[in-house]
Design a protein. Structure first.
Length: 230
């Protein structure tokens, strides 16, 4: 490794990236959907659904960061593959926005829908117990775009400060995501407790849905414009 230390500003960046990762549309849809389901089943851990999800997610990210950091000196991705992976989140966000918009416009009850949640085995995603939430968060992190992005910043951190810097970067990223995810499920839980009726809870679900749709298409538009103008 180069022996160059990763500055504090670089470490702060990874923490902020974790916060941003925790409020990505697909994460919000997944955590809100899990939180709503946990409340429907009167699970005591419902307000901490985001924390449990982030715990599993963070464990997977930490493992990826450690592995990539140790291999960073000898492994690099082909440029073409990097470009394909760079566009993958845009495709996933487009699907996320379209699926939730379709569900919002259809008659009947609505629940936030996550693209990656559809890749989780049905027997697992329909459960509401504590450990299934952790397991869902872990599997959620294994989608290729998350693996690619975690790998990219782990390589950067490693070459700036050694393998330990890649590991610390992964931990800071996971901490930021944990804070954002916990705040999400706590907020949803408080609103549900104060809603007082099924109609109010239904309005909250639809409000979440429209937020996910607007955020998804907004991020897609910004990303496409940035790539086309580069």
């Amino acid at each position: 490794m180069t022996g160059v230390e990763l500055p504090v500003s670089g470490m702060a960046l990874f923490f902020l990236l974790g916060l941003r990762h925790g409020i990505e549309p697909d994460h919000i849809a997944a955590i809100d959907g899990l939180t709503l389901r946990a409340h429907d089943h009167h699970e005591r851990h419902a307000p901490w659904t985001g924390s449990l999800f982030a715990l599993g997610h963070g464990l997977a990210i930490a493992a990826i960061a450690v592995g990539v950091s140790l291999l960073a000196a000898s492994v690099s991705l082909p440029a073409t593959l990097v470009q394909v992976i760079d566009w993958l989140p845009i495709v996933l966000l487009s699907l996320l926005g379209a699926w939730n918009l379709r569900a919002l416009l259809a008659p009947g009850a609505y629940r936030p829908s996550s693209v990656r949640m559809k890749l989780i085995p049905a027997g697992l995603r329909d459960r509401t117990d504590l450990w299934s939430t952790v397991a869902i968060g872990l599997l959620f992190a294994l989608v290729i775009d998350t693996v690619a992005h975690v790998s990219a910043w782990s390589v950067f951190a490693t070459h700036r400060g050694g393998w330990w810097a890649g590991v610390v970067a992964g931990l800071l990223f996971s901490l930021g995501m944990l804070i954002a995810s916990t705040a999400d499920s706590q907020l949803i839980s408080r609103v549900l407790r104060s809603a007082g009726s099924d109609a109010a809870a239904s309005r909250l679900r639809r409000g979440i849905g429209w937020f996910v749709v607007v955020l998804s298409f907004g991020v897609v538009l910004q990303a496409v414009v940035a790539r086309l103008s580069a």
